[in-house]
Design a protein around this ligand. Structure first.
Ligand code: FAD
Length: 414
């Protein structure tokens, strides 16, 4: 699979996958047929570009609806809304992320002090547990930066309930290696498997299910002997209170009347999916790029993920500078951003919304002073603004509104 982090490749993969996004996806999406040089035929593998903001959810939904209509594409559309739902849920409960980080750091410290845990962790992450399927996925993840959704579920379940490792170490392992490493989808999916997201309802991987849905792999079905059969869901001692964040209203071109700089970051690495009319109506006078893959984890980020993230930023900056006819500058980690603005004689900064998680952790502190001075305008897409408030509890609250949301956001002729 060619995950070149350019918008050109993202659009090419979208076009290539479109014919399969309707009933084929509904029927075949659960099969993990293994990596393929030309890309899997049953899932889109668009998530790295979606996560990096090289491709936008709205344009993907628009393209899929244009080809298949709402009913045939129902499953695929719902999956894209799972991504938006998880984002909205974490926005309303950022404490889930804070608690994950604390738990992860505590688990990493506990491991440092315990040789037995270190050995078990090394065996799991290096694919040496003896559970054949799990070992294949551990190596596949480190080598390619991608796992099929079903493999992610099985892997997380085996990690938690059979290997009895801390779920936060598993979530950290994923975040370090996935090209699409997303604080919301990753943390909340691990919690879902563990029985912490839908409390008391966990996911137990079954060997026959794994064999059935991996039958299409080049080496034949994967085996998984000795899986836990009767493990209890995990519990946690505290709730994570909900609060609706203060979402930025739509920005009008008038608000960007003065020369401004556009910040590109790891979840908005390309200008095209941003509120397009806005950015085009008042072109930025400077593009600033800030890539912070190391904010995903205290550990080392895998090479495929780091390369993808950094190259998405380099390419995004170059394409934005060319599109707007302006210079581009890098905001280096640990440096203040103000001098970049001052050198260009610019007061205002337009920032694509910083979602709860590692992207916000990395960038929000360095923007706080500017924001306090009223010099930051946050950009949030209509689909996120409309959907996030509905992500209060389970996915159903969003699922039942999908048609209305598409209509409200003018997607699919709505
Ligand atoms: C334990 C675990 C960890 C995960 N970590 C991440 C992560 O860090 N980043 C991430 O983007 N996804 C994550 N997912 C969700 C999902 O596995 C991936 O989004 C999906 O496999 C990406 O492959 P695709 O693009 O081929 O998906 P497709 O099946 O083609 O779906 C199209 C798009 O819909 C979205 N999507 C599909 N399934 C889901 C889902 N279950 N949850 C949320 N969004 C979904 C993705 O943006 C995806 O690109 C995780 C799932 C699990 C079980």
């Amino acid at each position: 699979m060619n995950w070149s982090p350019t918008r050109e490749h993202a659009l090419a993969r979208l076009a290539e996958f479109l014919p399969a996004a309707g009933t084929t996806y509904a029927q075949r999406r659960n099969a993990d047929d293994g990596p393929s040089a030309s890309g899997r035929s049953n899932v889109s593998q668009l998530s790295p570009w979606l996560h990096a903001g090289v491709l936008g959810e709205a344009e993907v939904l628009e393209a899929v609806l244009a080809q298949h209509g709402p009913r045939a594409a129902e499953k695929f559309i719902a999956e894209v809304f799972w991504r938006i739902y998880f984002k909205g849920y974490l926005e309303q409960r950022p404490g889930v992320w804070d608690s994950y980080r604390e738990g992860r750091d505590a688990a990493l410290s506990a491991m440092e002090a315990n040789a037995g845990l270190r050995k078990a962790y090394a065996e799991a992450t290096e694919g040496r547990t003896g559970i054949a399927a799990f070992d294949v996925w551990a190596r596949e993840l480190a080598e390619t930066g991608y796992l099929h959704n079903h493999a992610r579920m099985w892997f997380a379940s085996i990690w938690i309930f059979t290997l009895r490792l801390d779920w936060q170490l598993g979530a950290d392992f994923f975040l370090r290696h996935l090209l699409d490493g997303d604080a919301a989808s990753n943390t909340l999916s691990w919690r879902w498997v563990a029985g912490l997201h839908t409390r008391g309802k966990h996911y137990l991987a079954q060997a026959d299910n794994i064999a059935r849905y991996t039958a299409g792999r080049a080496g034949g079905p994967l085996t998984a002997d000795g899986l836990a059969q009767d493990a209890e869901p995990l519990t946690e001692p505290h709730d994570h209170p909900r609060g609706l964040p203060d979402l930025p209203p739509p920005v009008t071109p008038a608000e960007l009347g003065a020369p401004y700089a556009l910040l590109l970051h790891d979840e908005a690495a390309h200008h095209a999916p941003l509120a397009a009319p806005l950015v085009q109506a008042a072109a930025p006078a400077l593009v600033i790029g800030a890539s912070r893959p190391q904010a995903r984890s205290p550990g080392a980020v895998g090479l495929p993920a780091r390369r993808f993230t950094e190259a998405a930023m380099t390419g995004g900056m170059a394409e934005a500078a060319a599109a707007f006819g302006c210079p581009a500058a890098v905001w280096q980690p640990g440096e203040p951003i103000e001098p970049l603005l001052a050198q260009a004689g610019i007061a205002l900064l337009a920032v694509p919304y910083l979602p709860a998680g590692w992207t916000r952790d990395a960038l929000a502190p360095g923007l706080a002073a500017l924001a306090e001075q009223g010099r930051v305008v946050f950009l949030l897409g209509d689909l996120d603004r409309a959907t996030w408030p509905l992500a209060k509890a389970g996915f159903f609250g969003v699922a039942k509104q999908i048609d209305a949301l598409l209509g409200e956001c003018g997607i699919g002729g709505g």
